[in-house]
Design a protein around this ligand. Structure first.
Ligand code: MN
Length: 383
């Protein structure tokens, strides 16, 4: 039986920590609705202790969303836990997510807290949260730069106090896939089911998706991240990537999820629009070039079999563009290549006409216009 992976989306909380990104309450609600449709299991809506608008966003999601678990973030302190519990009051399914760093660097430099005091604080905060809600998550910040004994000890404090999900955060993205897999194999032995184990990665080295999948292979059953990989610095794990990796490799990984892959593109567009953060053109799945083909030899192969130069087509993520519109021309287009492409459509042009068409396509490309196969065929037919 394949293992079910729970998707925990933090676009509205960690994603909003992106420089210059601010979501209004209404925008958060709009994105939360899209995330629910996407099939996300847990939606972290905000950090109620930080601002009244955050609490309001959580309250509104609680009132409207039926299906996904609505989560609110709290630092490991009583007032935070109370603000979050209050905002989540009346929820169909709620989670209080408590966060505290566990590395020496963070405890010393930022919290000025002894390890003993930090562990006391974790236990107290989780116990307090449990008086309001059974579903309590503990997120160990900077866990991948923490000694293994210290990490297990901190997670043990949370588990003993009643936490139902334990999360390892690779806060500055410096984990390696093989290490994350080994770490979760060890943690799974220490913390067997029904305890949930989650992974929360950042993309500082471009490894967030690889690290997340490795953790899932090791025994994690929850992945945290954002849509488009939105997040501070190089961003968080792009959840759409993890969902697609799990689906494509479901047999070898033995994993499955509830994500509706054909909702990915629409969700991505909404987050791009409301966050105002553009997506890099070559971004996996959702970048504007992700399904475009410009190399002449690739084009001919693609026309013969669309899987020659793609693992899956755009329809897999809900895209609608046909191959005709995804084959575009680059400046190296020559007469011979063009002749072969036209022949595929049964078009045969004279020498002068071919020359004129090449000129027209090149001129358009030089003035930065996109020339698709559809456009080129139109020009060839109409002259
Ligand atoms: Mn984070």
């Amino acid at each position: 039986m394949p293992h079910y992976v729970k998707f925990y989306d933090t676009t509205l909380r960690d994603g909003e920590q992106t420089p210059f990104v601010v979501f209004s309450v209404e925008q958060k609600l709009q994105i939360a609705r899209a995330l629910a449709e996407l099939g996300v299991d847990i939606i972290e809506v905000g950090f109620p202790a930080a601002a009244e608008s955050e609490a309001e966003a959580v309250r509104q999601c609680v009132a409207e969303l039926k299906g996904p678990i609505v989560a609110g973030l709290a630092r490991a302190r009583t007032s935070d836990v109370e603000a979050t519990a209050k905002a989540l009051d009346g929820a169909d399914k709620a989670r209080i997510s408590i966060v505290l760093p566990v590395s020496d660097r963070h405890l010393t430099a930022s919290l000025k807290l002894s390890r003993f005091a930090a562990e006391e604080q974790i236990g107290e905060a989780v116990r307090h949260a449990k008086t309001y809600n059974d579903d309590v998550e503990f997120i160990a910040t900077d866990a991948t730069r923490t000694g293994i004994a210290e990490l297990i000890s901190a997670l043990r404090c949370a588990a003993t106090a009643g936490a139902t999900t334990l999360v390892v955060a690779d806060t500055v993205g410096c984990g390696l896939p093989a290490d994350l897999k080994a770490l979760f194999q060890l943690l799974r032995k220490e913390f067997p089911a029904p305890l949930s184990l989650g992974i929360h990665c950042h993309n500082d080295f471009g490894l967030a998706s690889a690290n997340s999948v490795a953790a899932l292979e090791g025994g994690a059953d929850q992945v945290e991240g954002t849509i488009n990989g939105l997040g501070e610095r190089a961003g968080n794990t792009a959840l759409e990537e993890v969902a697609m990796i799990i689906d494509y490799h479901h047999e070898s990984l033995g994993l499955h999820s509830g994500i509706k892959l054909d909702r990915i593109l629409d969700t991505s567009r909404l987050v791009r629009e409301l966050s105002g953060v553009p997506i890099q053109p070559n971004k996996a799945l959702v970048g504007q070039n992700a399904f475009l083909h410009a190399a002449g030899m690739h084009q001919q192969a693609m026309l013969a079999d669309p899987l020659t130069f793609e693992p899956f087509g755009p329809e897999a993520v809900g895209g609608k563009a046909s191959l005709e519109d995804r084959i575009i021309f680059g400046k190296f287009l020559g007469k011979n290549g063009l002749r072969r492409l036209l022949a595929l459509d049964g078009l045969e042009l004279g020498e002068a006409e071919i020359g004129a068409l090449v000129k027209r396509v090149r001129a358009a490309i030089e003035s930065k216009e996109t020339v698709t196969r559809r456009t080129m065929l139109e020009w060839a037919r109409r002259g």
